[in-house]
Write a protein that binds this ligand. Structure first.
Ligand code: S3P
Length: 202
């Protein structure tokens, strides 16, 4: 599973996916393997706002949070290459999605409902999960967001097991993605080009 890590990419890598998919946990490990810095978009938004995500939602509402999220991610993607864990809703914004497509390599960390439910149970500070049944909320978000997350350059299943396993899948997918890019003669596959799938059976 381990193998040599691919050389650090010249673009940022953005992890997208639902709350609980493991974007921050895996992102931190991926950054270490690629010798890149790791940035958590939610933490950057909190620092910029001087308030927690919960407080931003409570005081100003979701639209205000989304506008801040869009600005913060745009600023980060203008900076040097890094691994960015985007909040679950970030990739749903068309402007942010277009920016990620032109500036970065996107990876959808895909996880099924049961895994997401287990993982989100560990924290109680996600505004979207506060009012109502988590299973129902996440089911609706899966329906709405998965087709959009599927536009990511790379799709990797988040494994219910040691994070190193998921990390290994991501490193392999990145290698394949970049080999594709080389064989197509361009530094990166064309926008909207084929997605690299790396599913783990069973
Ligand atoms: C959100 C996900 C959260 C955070 C905010 C909204 C979403 O980030 O940005 O609570 O819309 O899915 P994580 O995916 O890191 O939990």
């Amino acid at each position: 599973m381990s193998g040599a890590a691919p050389p650090a990419p010249s673009r940022s890598i953005v992890l997208v996916g639902l709350m609980g998919a493991g974007k921050s946990n895996i992102g931190r490990r991926l950054a270490a393997r690629l010798h890149l810095s790791f940035v958590d978009a939610d933490a950057e938004i909190e620092a910029a706002a001087g308030a927690t995500i919960e407080e931003i939602f409570e005081r100003h509402g979701e639209a205000y949070f989304r506008a801040g999220e869009r600005r913060v991610i745009a600023r980060l993607l203008d900076g040097p290459p890094h691994v960015l864990a985007a909040g679950g809703g970030a990739f749903m914004d068309p402007e942010t999605r277009a920016r990620i497509r032109t500036r970065a390599i996107s990876i959808w960390l895909r996880a099924d409902l049961e895994l997401l439910l287990t993982r989100v149970a560990r924290r109680d500070n996600r505004p979207l999960l506060k009012d109502g049944d988590r299973r129902a909320i996440l089911t609706a978000l899966i329906e709405k967001r998965h087709p959009i997350y599927a536009e990511a350059d790379i799709i990797v299943d988040s494994i219910d097991g040691p994070p190193e396993l998921t990390l290994g899948q991501i490193l392999a997918a990145l290698k394949a993605f970049r080999a594709d890019a080389r064989s197509s003669g361009s530094p990166f596959p064309s926008p909207g080009g084929a997605t690299t799938f790396l599913s783990v059976p069973g």
